[in-house]
Design a protein around this ligand. Structure first.
Ligand SMILES: NC(=O)c1ccc[n+]([C@@H]2O[C@H](COP(=O)([O-])OP(=O)(O)OC[C@H]3O[C@@H](n4cnc5c(N)ncnc54)[C@H](O)[C@@H]3O)[C@@H](O)[C@H]2O)c1
Length: 250
């Protein structure tokens, strides 16, 4: 996004989150890298499942950057734990029958972070009569996933919230779309591989043009499209970015 000329306001629950899976040494290093692409970039720590934090971040970003042209709601995941200490791999049990609090922890991490940030950023976009929102669900939103029930239900809620919000913001000229990635080769995803069955692993390590893990760039290019003027007449869509995997999901 920086290379495409965007200024970036980044947010995560803590500045330590980038280190949990060894994805980066520090937020400062990422900001320096982004500055090299001439992007103005800042980091705002916030627990986005708390609406007051989401509102405060959006207000701070609007003050620092003038306005928010595009919002990408990417916080989420189905890891154990809730914060920068959450390096425990996949939750051992994420069925429909886990304790309510455990179910809601994963649900809220995916659904509330999305809705609270959208609610906060939509106000300025509505006022200006333009804006682009991209939510991030998962292919899990589209089928029954054993042992990932809370996550899949939350992502289905994100997908449908996107359609509803697109309808609500249509008259205001705000585009709202959702991407549903398949398995994507991020550090967090790699950390969950130890919990996969041999059949899953065989498919995940495929080397085909389509039969493989998505690279983060495969997903980023679609986010860029939804934020760009090329998608000005597209709203309310849920687009799977999964190499066609959905017909035989991993
Ligand atoms: N990697 C995949 O295979 C895959 C597939 C489909 C969808 N996704 C989705 O893509 C997104 C990014 O996934 P990733 O693989 O890069 O995982 P990731 O864990 O690296 O990224 C998720 C980030 O959300 C942050 N976060 C969690 N709770 C938060 C909160 N309350 N407030 C603020 N930040 C919070 C985490 O600290 C983490 O940095 C997630 O929404 C995930 O569900 C990933």
């Amino acid at each position: 996004m920086a290379k495409a000329g965007w200024n970036l306001a980044l947010t995560d629950i803590s500045d330590k989150a980038v280190r949990v899976y060894g994805e980066a040494e520090s937020v400062e290093k990422i900001l320096v890298e982004l500055a090299a692409s001439s992007a103005k970039a800042r980091f705002y720590p916030a627990d986005l499942s708390d609406e007051s934090h989401a509102q405060a971040v959006v207000r701070a970003v609007e003050q620092d950057f003038g306005r928010i042209d595009g919002l990408v709601t990417l916080a989420g995941g189905d890891i154990c734990g809730t914060d920068d200490a959450a390096a425990g791999g996949k939750a051992p049990n994420n069925t429909a029958f886990v304790a309510h609090d455990d179910f809601m922890a994963i649900f809220n991490r995916n659904f509330l972070t999305c809705t609270f940030t959208c609610r906060a950023a939509a106000a300025g976009m509505r006022e200006r009569g333009r804006g682009k929102i991209v939510t991030v669900a998962s292919v899990s939103a589209g089928f029954g996933v054993a042992r990932e029930t809370s996550y899949a239900v939350a992502k289905a809620a994100v997908a449908h919230f996107t359609r509803c919000l697109a309808t609500e913001l249509r008259a205001a000229g705000v585009n709202v779309n959702c991407i549903a990635p398949g398995a994507t080769d991020t550090a967090r995803f790699r950390a969950t591989l130890k919990d996969r069955t041999p059949e899953d692993l065989q498919r995940l390590h495929g080397k085909g043009r389509l039969e493989r893990l998505a690279e983060p760039d495969d997903v980023c290019r679609v986010i860029e499209f939804f934020l760009s003027s090329d998608s000005d007449f597209i709203s309310g869509q849920v687009l799977r970015v999964d190499g066609g995997q959905f017909t035989g999901p991993i």
